[in-house]
Design a protein around this ligand. Structure first.
Ligand code: SF4
Length: 318
């Protein structure tokens, strides 16, 4: 039965245009396998932000600060700390700085933060992901012409706070179906709906449908979910639907990892959220059949490889 499932998985991987393009290891008896998602780990924006910080360290641009942790991964943040990079958590802390380099992470920040950095004459290195920057530009332009803005995403997520900070008109953040149902337009302007880059596509489409039904004005819908997220979610969903156990690796504060976990959990009840290598509770994971591995955008490749290697080792012995 499992061997048949593995053969089907191998076929899917070979199919042109398949979302399953990851790395498949098949056990010696042919009845167990480990699939590591190709889309697992650092996305382009996170890698870019991280490279930016390391370049500042090399250039000896000290003191170096990041506005918020550069990525949602404690191992990486600690490594940067050991190299002298300090994390600034609040606007107040930023106001207290008189010199140094401040790196803006991939999530981006509100316009007022750029203004503040300029006022304080701090050296700014902007590592905002270009896909997030694009949303800033959209809401800035749309709100300047009077559109009311709806951001579909988590209100407390720094990326959404940043997007919100580029809106000069009425803005509402919608995170749940209930909030979408409760939405009422407050102005007579057109409506412009954008999304947090890491939002679940299915939910986004659903909320848009609800808001459109309720809105009586022209509505521009801009799906600003980034491809990296979509690809990661689609690949994870596909492998989770076939897997006997699914391991999702990422930081506990990483919203994209949490969403990935939710998606996988729906498809596979044996889905495990793992933050570090030590979190992998070997007694809980049912090591048999197909084990799928995916990871959030802030998960270092080394950690994904370590987990993948361990799973192969255990399945080889079964
Ligand atoms: S998930 Fe997409 S938008 Fe977000 S940092 Fe990565 S590449 Fe950029």
């Amino acid at each position: 039965m499992t061997s048949e499932k593995i053969s089907r998985l191998e076929e899917s991987i070979r199919e042109e245009g398949s979302v399953l393009k990851g790395d498949l290891w098949v056990g010696p008896e042919g009845d167990s396998a480990v699939y590591t998602a190709r889309s697992a780990g650092f996305c382009f924006g996170v890698q870019r932000a991280l490279d930016t910080v390391y370049r500042q360290i090399e250039a000896n641009e000290s003191p170096i600060y990041t506005y918020g942790p550069i990525i949602h991964n404690e191992i990486v943040v600690h490594d940067l700390e050991s190299r002298g990079v300090r994390v600034i958590e609040t606007k107040k802390e930023l106001e207290a700085l008189s010199r140094g380099t401040v790196v803006i992470r991939s999530h981006g920040v509100a316009k007022e933060i750029y203004d503040l950095l300029e006022e304080r004459h701090l050296h700014v290195v902007d590592a905002t992901c270009p896909f997030v920057k694009k949303i800033h530009r959209i809401v800035e332009e749309r709100s300047a012409r009077g559109d009311e803005i709806v951001i579909i995403g988590s209100a407390l997520h720094p990326e959404v706070e940043g997007i919100r900070g580029w809106c000069s008109s009425e803005v509402t953040v919608v995170e749940t179906e209930e909030e979408a149902e409760a939405f009422r337009q407050k102005t007579d302007g057109d409506l412009c709906i954008v999304s947090q880059t890491t939002f679940n596509l299915k939910k986004f489409n659903k909320f848009v449908e609800i808001i459109r039904r309720l809105s009586y004005h022209e509505t521009a819908v801009l799906n600003t979910i980034c491809n990296a997220t979509e690809e990661r979610q689609t690949e994870a969903r596909s492998i989770a639907s076939l897997a006997d156990a699914m391991i999702v690796i990422g930081g506990k504060h990483s919203s994209n990892t949490q969403k990935l976990y939710e998606i996988c959990r729906k498809e596979c009840s044996n889905t495990f959220f793992v933050q570090t290598f030590d979190d992998l509770n070997l007694r809980l994971v049912p090591f048999r059949g197909i084990v799928g591995i995916s990871a959030g955008a802030s998960t270092p490749n080394i950690l994904i490889e370590e987990v993948s290697k361990l799973c192969r080792k255990i399945l080889s012995r079964c």
